[in-house]
Design a protein around this ligand. Structure first.
Ligand code: SF4
Length: 447
């Protein structure tokens, strides 16, 4: 999972990109980078670490240019290495080209093998380089043509911002797996993974790119084109459940409102007799608010979050994840002691986090701990850019709800149903839910 941004302006954009990447930091904390074009050449600064670590004033001062793209990365494929940091830069017919990509190609290996057999040597191990290479190969002065020919070959999830020295191109894959929004600020164009970027930069949200849409901005003019081969709309529902910031509105559905609604439905589907609702901060809070409003059970902050720790879901190894849980959340004894507690979170993936939290609440004196989850059980891996583990490590892939409940040590456990997701999202919203039912919009096994 990654975050991308592109800004096309008549003024220098590097500071906009810096602020935008800070806004998108939750989408990836392993590495980040910015590339800007000054109409003559493209310069780039990138590295491993958080945006605030990689970018110092001296880096920003030296980057001049009115068009730019940026990227924050969490590796779902290709490994966490310096050489995989983005934006990626290349040359095409003597012209510099840069790309930032969010998503995962499912036919990456096949394409890569073919290209290697043709003599191509890669600088990275990420699928984004395959996209860069194909666009460069097909670019003959007509970027639309090059992008469409590339889209004919690549399969999977991709939201892209591509930059040449005088133009910017934004692309969303035909399924619309990953978000990509467009905004205006005066004459400027802003493209980003989440609407929060447009808000922070003082722009106005225009719309989400349609699945299969290719937007080209050049000479201060924007053109929109559609890729001819349509696919069923399949926005990733996990963006709304967990990944996107609560202030993100993706394809017309606000993540916070969706999360509150799932909590309300959960209270109806899995009622419980309890004294207090405790959200897992911050991921379970909107759902807990919804659960409280429907059940009438008061909500209190019973876990204190250490805000200087990263998210457990996106630490690369199991051992790191376990340590992170212990460091990250501490119960408030006064809130939970002697109480029947409803602990609300947005998902259970491996079960490790829930187990540790329940242990710590019991150690703090909770009489009962009932776990309620505002998503269905995660039973299948994601191939489209969210780092769910292999199936064998997904607790719900091989356990019943009662077995999960026993494993995590809860007094009771309730998940919402897939129908509840549909109810919360509304009838117009078409989404991918394959990690809950294994029905992949694009079969990862056929390629
Ligand atoms: Fe999102 Fe799950 Fe579909 Fe992956 S499989 S795109 S995480 S809904």
């Amino acid at each position: 999972m990654c975050g991308i941004v592109g800004v096309y302006s008549n003024e220098p954009v590097v500071r906009d990109l810096f602020y935008a990447l800070n806004t998108l930091q939750h989408r990836g904390q392993e590495s980040c980078g910015i590339a800007v074009s000054d109409d003559k050449d493209i310069s780039c600064h990138k590295g491993m670490g958080l945006v605030q670590e990689v970018f110092r004033e001296e880096n920003i001062q030296n980057m001049n240019g009115n068009i730019g793209i940026g990227h924050v990365r969490y590796s779902t494929a290709g490994g966490s290495y310096e050489y995989n940091t983005q934006p990626l830069l290349g040359f095409s017919k003597g012209k510099r080209i840069a790309i930032a990509h969010n998503g995962n190609l499912i036919n990456n290996q096949l394409l890569k093998t073919r290209l290697e057999e043709d003599g191509m040597m890669f600088q990275t191990t990420i699928d984004s380089e395959v996209i860069l290479y194909l666009i460069s190969r097909y670019y003959n002065g007509n970027m639309l043509d090059a992008v469409k020919k590339t889209m004919d070959l690549i399969k999977g999830a991709y939201s892209l911002v591509v930059m040449l020295k005088d133009k910017m191109v934004a692309v969303r894959d035909p399924y619309g797996f990953r978000p990509l929004v467009m905004g205006r600020r005066g004459d400027d164009y802003i493209f980003a993974s989440e609407t929060g970027v447009i808000d922070v930069l003082g722009g106005e949200y225009i719309r989400d790119l349609e699945p299969g849409e290719i937007v080209i901005v050049k000479d201060n003019k924007m053109e929109s084109h559609m890729y001819e081969h349509k696919a069923p709309m399949s926005t990733c529902i996990f963006e709304h459940i967990y990944f996107a910031r609560p202030d993100a509105t993706i394809d017309g559905l606000n993540a916070y409102s969706f999360r509150v609604k799932t909590g309300e439905i959960l209270a109806k589907e899995s009622p419980v007799d309890a004294d207090v609702i405790v959200p897992v901060p911050d991921s379970g809070r909107p759902g807990a608010i919804g659960f409280s409003s429907k059940s009438g059970i008061p909500i209190m902050e019973g876990l204190v979050k250490n805000r200087y720790m990263g998210r457990t879901f996106i630490k690369p190894t199991q051992r790191e994840r376990e340590i992170a849980v212990k460091l990250k959340l501490n119960p408030i004894v006064d809130v939970v002691k002697g109480k029947k507690v409803v602990l609300v979170d947005d998902s259970i993936v491996r079960g490790t986090t829930s187990k540790r939290l329940i242990e710590s609440l019991r150690a703090a004196g909770a009489k009962e701990v009932h776990m309620r989850i505002t998503s269905p059980p995660v039973t299948h891996s994601c191939y489209f850019g969210i780092d769910t583990p292999r199936r064998k490590n997904l607790i719900a892939a091989h356990s019943t709800v009662q077995e999960i409940c026993d494993n995590i040590g809860a007094d009771s456990l309730g998940f919402i149903s897939i129908d509840a997701l549909r109810e919360a999202a509304g009838p117009e919203f078409k989404f991918c839910k394959a990690c809950f039912d294994g029905k992949y919009p694009l079969d990862p096994c056929v390629l």
